[in-house]
Write a protein that binds this ligand. Structure first.
Ligand code: ATP
Ligand code: MG
Length: 243
């Protein structure tokens, strides 16, 4: 048991969730490594939502509310860390939820689907087809889901797939704590924040955002400036770290 008064309680709980999910086969071993990279970047940014990430989350909510066919793409790490937050964002945004895995097996797809459904999400089902311009199983998705969506949220995505989705003309919102990753750099809107913090904020904004403000946010945003702010926040945080 992790003591509740531990100063890094939330981070340790997330690590424990990833470890449990890896033992069950929900998270791939590669996903354990990816989580570690995320933890490191969260430490560097101060384990908090920065002002600029909050603005990115508000902008993401505006894009969701404006989309015709929004989809939330869920992988093993996302389901293990934030199945409930995904279900809540789905309810607030009206988006579809599709399971999409880099290390894909039918058994993992089934386990992740069950985890999401137990948390209250409504998960798209059907016959996956090789519809994305990528080699290997990363190309698989549903024709009525990711393939035909106009907006896709990709938490913890691989850079190649993010780029392929952007090239298909989709608005791609990435949640990735590493502002240097290809995912963050190629996405239409990078949210440099921890997954569960980002999802909770987006849900709140989806519930409260007014139409006028949403339109303003969409016309004003600049994806590059979110990356620049994140790097600046990390540098500032590091320069004060030993004080
Ligand atoms: P690319 O440069 O192609 O995007 P990558 O090496 O970043 O590749 P992955 O290892 O698949 O690709 O990426 C996982 C990403 O997810 C990492 O950048 C990591 O920082 C981020 N990440 C991991 N856990 C979390 C989390 N809980 N919240 C937000 N981001 C996370
Ligand atoms: Mg990445």
């Amino acid at each position: 048991m992790i003591p509740k008064d531990h100063p890094r309680y939330k981070s340790l709980i997330r690590r424990e969730r990833i470890a449990d999910a890896a033992l069950k086969g929900i998270v791939a071993m590669e996903g354990v490594g990816a989580h570690g990279r995320g933890e490191a970047f969260d430490y560097l940014i101060g384990e908090r939502t920065t002002q600029s990430a909050l603005l990115a989350e508000k902008t993401a909510a505006a894009l969701f509310l404006n989309a015709k066919n929004p989809v939330i793409s869920v992988n093993g790490n996302t389901a293990a860390l934030a199945a409930e937050e995904i279900a809540k964002l789905q309810r607030a945004s009206g988006a579809a939820v599709e399971v999409n895995l880099f290390h894909r097996t039918e058994k993992r797809v089934r386990m992740i689907t069950e985890l999401l459904e137990d948390a209250g999400a409504d998960v798209l089902k059907g016959e996956s087809e090789r519809l994305l311009p990528l080699s290997h199983d990363r190309a698989l998705c549903l024709r009525d889901g990711i393939y035909s969506c106009d907006l896709i949220l990709v938490p913890l995505e691989d850079g190649d797939r993010c780029e392929a989705l952007v090239n298909m003309g989709k608005t791609v919102i990435a949640i990735d704590l590493n502002p240097l990753s290809r995912t963050a750099k190629t996405s239409s809107l990078p949210i440099v924040d921890e997954l569960s913090r980002a999802l909770a904020n987006m849900t709140e904004f989806c519930t409260n955002l007014k139409k006028d403000e949403a339109e303003q946010l969409i016309s004003d945003y600049n994806s590059r400036s979110f990356l620049e702010s994140a790097v600046k926040d990390i540098v500032e945080n590091l320069s004060n770290a030993l004080d």
